[in-house]
Design a protein around this ligand. Structure first.
Ligand SMILES: [Zn+2]
Ligand SMILES: [Zn+2]
Length: 389
């Protein structure tokens, strides 16, 4: 018997460039200021800070502004240098940053929500400020007049917000695990559809307007890629985390999706790779391999004097199988399963070793510097890329 081929561990070490520290409490959001080597952060300690990289190579605060309430989220538009900050008291405060990023001038306040603002998106093309709040409301305001244009009540607290400028569709992920798609007009909205695919709450959404693909991350550890542009209803599951997915970001130019998990893991997904859709789970009253009845199938259990078994599903073919017929586990990178999942015995035989390890790059503990708490916990995996030998 040939020995199993071990995957070549191709190490990808994340390089720690800089740490920006200062906030006393949780930093709820931070964005990079393009071309400026700057960082804007908002924190639970009520501060808004703008950090610029100085000649020394260190980041120093150039703006330190204290808000009346904890800052929960923000949206920064680099073209107009407009900074919209969501507060715990439901207000959205808008500022314009000076060209040298040393000053922020207040523009207006929106009384957008009854409680904590959870997400903001400023849409320059339409002069709209989209937001969601702990009050389960999605609202949009005109940033010129400051007027509220409309609202929609979501079934649970929203935790993901994305907008497609071209078609004016808004995607709202919520804590019930659902993604709601609305079409926005100037002053009203219509419900287009809802996506249900997660078994846990949605924690992050990311929209790629070029391929027209929506990514949703969830506390159920998975990322689902909803292929809207493909028009075939394809949804691919990406399993690469051992903990809840906390954030998603998509790099359009390289077609890479970056997902961060609660376990400190960062996964870089190459979305140029063709992946197969996860099969629908089939329903059966008996194992579709050995024909043993499942435990609710009293008739067959009685007729054949057999003990009822627990039903499992093969992640590759979707068949309902008993535990005995699905004792093996395998990663299926082609289907987005970077970890070992349950497969039936025949699928296990059919998956080649090459397939199992194809395009698979796995690296752990990228940076070994023990002084860096962040990096000692970090686990960066680049998946879907052919190993360069
Ligand atoms: Zn069986
Ligand atoms: Zn199978």
């Amino acid at each position: 018997m040939a020995a199993e081929i071990q995957p070549k561990p191709l190490t990808r070490k994340p390089i720690l460039l800089q740490r920006v520290e200062g906030s006393q409490e949780v930093v709820n959001m931070a964005v990079i200021v393009p071309k400026e080597e700057g960082v804007i952060s908002v924190s639970e300690d009520r501060t808004v800070r703008v950090w610029l990289k100085r000649d020394s190579g260190q980041y120093w605060p150039s703006i330190y502004h204290v808000m009346p309430s904890p800052c929960s989220c923000m949206s920064f538009n680099p073209e107009t240098r407009r900074l919209s900050i969501g507060l715990d008291n439901g207000t959205i405060s808008e500022f314009i940053l000076s060209e040298d990023y040393n000053k922020m001038t207040p523009v207006k306040n929106y009384q957008a929500h009854q409680s904590r603002v959870t997400m903001i998106q400023f849409v320059l093309e339409l002069e709209w400020v989209l937001s969601t709040g702990q009050d389960k409301q999605f609202a949009w305001h005109c940033s010129e007049s400051g007027q509220r244009l409309g609202g929609y009540r979501t079934s649970a607290v929203a935790s993901g917000l994305q907008f497609d400028v071209e078609t004016r569709h808004v995607f709202i992920g919520d804590q019930s695990g659902q993604v709601t798609i609305l079409k926005l007009e100037q002053e009203n909205c219509t419900l287009v559809t809802t996506f249900r695919g997660h078994t846990g709450g949605v924690t992050a959404l990311c929209w790629d307007p070029v391929q027209r693909v929506l990514f949703s991350g969830s506390s159920d550890h998975s990322v689902i890629m909803w292929d809207i542009g493909g028009r075939k209803g394809t949804a691919i599951e990406l399993q690469g985390h051992n903990d809840k997915v906390q954030a998603l970001s998509y790099a359009q130019h390289t077609r890479q999706l970056i997902s961060c998990g609660g376990d400190g893991g960062i996964v870089v997904w190459n979305m140029d790779v063709e992946r197969q859709e996860t099969p629908e789970w089939l329903d059966s009253d008996s194992c579709q391999k050995c024909d043993q009845p499942f435990f609710w199938n009293f008739k067959q259990m009685w007729d054949s004097k057999k003990i009822g078994l627990r039903q499992h599903h093969c992640r590759k073919c979707g068949k309902a199988v008993c535990g005995k017929c699905s004792s093996k586990r395998s990663p299926i990178p082609l289907m987005g399963f970077e970890f070992e999942v349950r497969v039936c015995d025949s699928c296990h035989e059919a998956i080649t070793d090459e397939e199992r390890q194809k395009d698979r790059i796995y690296s752990r503990n990228g940076c070994s510097n023990p002084n860096h708490d962040w990096s000692s916990k970090a686990d960066v995996r680049v998946v879907g890329e052919k190993p360069k030998s």
